[in-house]
Structure formats: structure tokens, C-alpha cells
Design a protein around this ligand. Structure first.
Ligand SMILES: *Cc1c(COP(=O)(O)O)cnc(C)c1O
Length: 371
């Protein structure tokens, strides 16, 4: 028993590969890649690995992309026991395909799994699952500027059981979707709405896990943001309703006029790989980075006095989104027509230059996926 368990842990799983008998034609794929949008089209294959309490990780497979047969009693559908990740495959000028800091996503996937009482997928298997999908669907990685193949690993409770406890049967999948440039026609600063009635994550809750429930909680306030003419919603901490947390799916950073970057430190925000990388780039340039509580009053007062001069949101999908204005009931910060901040844009350029292989990868952040 002990022996078989330790063998499962150390021996790499073999992926059984079944080719899609009806892949998209080259012409159809090229047409999609010319204008992919975001999250609308999916590649010809997907990865699937099963986990059970007794068998551990098993049945690793690359299969034709298609519908999942799921028992209607599967626990994820009822109790939201689900987690996901998001990362990108970038095509470099020489045709090779790379991804960015996948070990960070793998480790975060393990932390999310722990919080949601799901099994932890080993880092090696996580990265191998991405390589397996890119090996078969590599032609789906677009080559145009600022485009990518978005990779979406996810895991959910598949056990058919309506009692409330951690599932003993879990499915892991990876699907992939080509993505166009996030900002068509150049980066455009956004307006964000400060949600004062709704939080996204409570004390001791799941805010630091990448789980669907956090997104479900953000949808209604997001609709409120749209109704107020804003693009995104910013949440405050749910204990004191005072300190900045993050947007629905992006972290936030403020910049002072002397070039200090300030970002919230909180147990209930999702620690972004993009934010971590941007702050590391800024520190390497000699900027001071403060990871601490920031009250909405501090932002308002220091913006009014000209001391806080830039703000941006960041995450894998849009990389860096400059914030022109924050709106709330009774006050606003910034100007709806404010241009993107200079430091904001220069950090964005440095990060995307690394990701697309246009400058040297001096931090060793890239992992090749197609070799
Ligand atoms: C994924 C995510 C982010 C950004 O994380 P990255 O690793 O930079 O993509 C920020 N906030 C939330 C809530 C997220 O789900």
C-alpha cells in the first residue's frame, strides 16, 4: 500500500493521446486566429486527468475537445468546489512557443486546491499538461502582435453525492482558447466603480483562492459598475470596508509622484503573477515598492494633493490596464480622460517584451512549451 502510493507520487503519468478525427481545417483555424476575440473559440483538443481518493492522479489523457458527461449530482454543480488558473502561450519571432512563470501558477493552483479541499496537482504534472496540449494544438498559437493562446487549467468535484463534504472524485482539465490583442487600437485607460455595498471575499473566506465562487460574487457589483458607466469594479476589505483589495479579476497598484509603487497587502486578495512580476521589474529599476494596507481616503487625499499620480490594474488577460478614474457614491478620484501613466506604460512594455521574447529573459521567467 505504502509502496504503491509512493510510486504514484514519483512516476510520471503517461498521457494517452487520442487525435481529434475532425479538427478544424487550416483555413477555418487561420480565419479564427485572424480575429479570435477572447474566450470564444477553443482548440481541437483538451487535457483530462482524474483523481480519486483511492487511486490518486490517474487516467491522464489528451482528447478531442468536447462535451463532458457529468452526473447531475456532481458536487461542483451544487456546492461550487472548483478552482482554475489562467496563463498564456506566446509565439516568439522564431516560431517557438513559451509560457510565463508556470511554476507560480502551479503553486497557486495548489494553494487554491488546499483552500477548496481539493487534491493538489504536482507542479511537474501541471506544467506537463500544458506542454501536452501545446504539442498537439501548437498551430493554434497565433503569431500577431500581442496575441496568444490562453490556457485554462481547472479542477472540480465530480463525485455524484449531495451530502456536503470534500469530493472523493475530482476531474482536472486544460482547455485553450486563442486570444487577440486585449486593447484593440492601443491601451485605453478605464474607469472603475468602487463597490461600497458588496464585498468579493470575507474574513477567512476564499478571496486568496482562484475559485469560481469569488467571480460569482463579483457579477452583481460588476453590473452596477456598468450601470454607472464604469468598466470594472473595485472592492474594499470586508472587515472595515476601508482598505483597497482588488478588482473582480485584477490586482491594483498606485504610483506616487516620486515613483513609489503601493499595492494592497491582504489575506483575502488573489496574489497575481502579473503584479508580482511588475513589482519585481520596478524594484530592479530602483523604485520603492510598498505592500501594505491602503485606505480609500489615503488614495483620495493623496491624489487630490498631487502625490498619487498613476493607478493601474494588472492580471494575465489584459497585462496592465491604466485606471483613469475611480467613481463612487458622492466622490471620484482622477479624471475620466486622464492619459495612461508613464511608469504604468513603461512597466507594461518591459513585461510584454520579456513575454514575447523581444528582450532577454534576465529573470529566467520563461518556460518553453513546444520542445
Ligand atoms: C487571476 C486573478 C488575478 C490576476 O492574477 P494573475 O496571476 O496576474 O493573472 C487577480 N485577481 C483575481 C481575483 C484573479 O482571479
Amino acid at each position: 500500500m505504502t509502496l504503491s502510493l509512493s510510486l504514484t507520487d514519483v512516476s510520471p503519468l503517461q498521457f494517452a493521446v487520442t487525435r481529434n478525427p475532425n479538427p478544424r481545417s487550416d483555413a477555418d483555424r487561420e480565419e479564427i486566429l485572424a480575429n479570435p476575440g477572447f474566450g470564444q473559440y477553443f482548440t481541437d483538443h483538451m487535457v483530462q486527468i482524474h483523481w480519486s481518493e483511492r487511486g490518486g492522479w490517474h487516467r491522464a489523457a489528451v482528447e478531442p475537445y468536447g462535451k463532458i458527461a457529468l452526473d447531475p449530482a456532481a458536487a461542483a454543480l451544487h456546492y461550487g468546489q472548483e478552482i482554475f488558473e489562467g496563463l498564456k502561450a506566446y509565439r516568439h519571432a522564431d516560431g517557438s512557443v513559451w509560457t510565463f512563470r508556470p511554476d507560480k501558477n502551479a503553486e497557486r493552483f495548489q494553494r487554491s486546491a488546499r483552500r477548496l479541499a481539493l487534491p493538489e496537482l504536482p507542479t511537474g504534472l501541471f506544467i506537463e499538461s500544458l506542454k501536452q496540449l501545446v504539442a498537439i494544438d501548437g498551430a493554434w498559437v497565433p503569431a500577431a502582435d500581442e496575441t496568444c493562446l490562453y490556457l485554462r487549467p481547472f479542477m472540480f468535484a465530480a463525485e455524484a453525492f449531495l451530502g456536503v463534504r470534500a469530493a472523493k472524485k475530482v476531474y482536472y482539465f486544460v482547455i485553450a482558447s486563442p486570444a487577440g490583442a486585449y486593447f484593440k487600437g492601443g491601451v485605453k485607460p478605464v474607469k472603475i466603480w468602487l463597490s461600497t455595498e458588496y464585498g468579493r471575499a470575507g474574513f477567512g473566506g476564499t478571496g486568496a483562492a482562484k475559485t469560481g465562487g469569488n467571480y460569482a460574487a463579483s457579477l452583481l457589483p460588476q453590473q452596477e459598475a456598468y450601470a454607472e458607466g464604469c468598466d470594472q469594479v473595485l472592492f474594499l476589505d470586508s472587515v472595515e470596508n476601508t482598505y483597497l483589495e482588488e478588482l473582480g479579476g485584477m490586482n491594483i497598484v498606485l504610483v506616487t509622484k516620486d515613483g513609489t509603487l503601493i499595492t494592497p497587502d491582504s489575506p483575502s486578495i488573489l496574489e497575481g503573477v502579473t503584479r508580482d512580476s511588475l513589482l519585481e521589474l520596478a524594484e530592479a529599476r530602483g523604485h520603492t515598492v510598498e505592500r501594505r494596507q491602503i485606505s480609500i481616503d489615503e488614495w483620495r487625499d493623496r491624489a487630490a494633493s498631487g502625490d498619487i499620480v498613476e493607478a493601474f490594474a494588472c492580471g494575465t488577460a489584459a497585462v496592465v490596464t491604466p485606471i483613469a478614474q475611480l467613481k463612487s457614491r458622492g466622490f471620484s478620484i482622477g479624471d475620466p480622460d486622464a492619459p495612461a501613466g508613464a511608469l504604468t506604460m513603461s512597466l507594461r512594455k518591459e513585461l510584454t517584451d520579456i513575454q514575447y521574447g523581444r528582450v532577454e529573459d534576465r529573470f529566467g521567467w520563461l518556460t518553453r512549451l513546444d520542445a
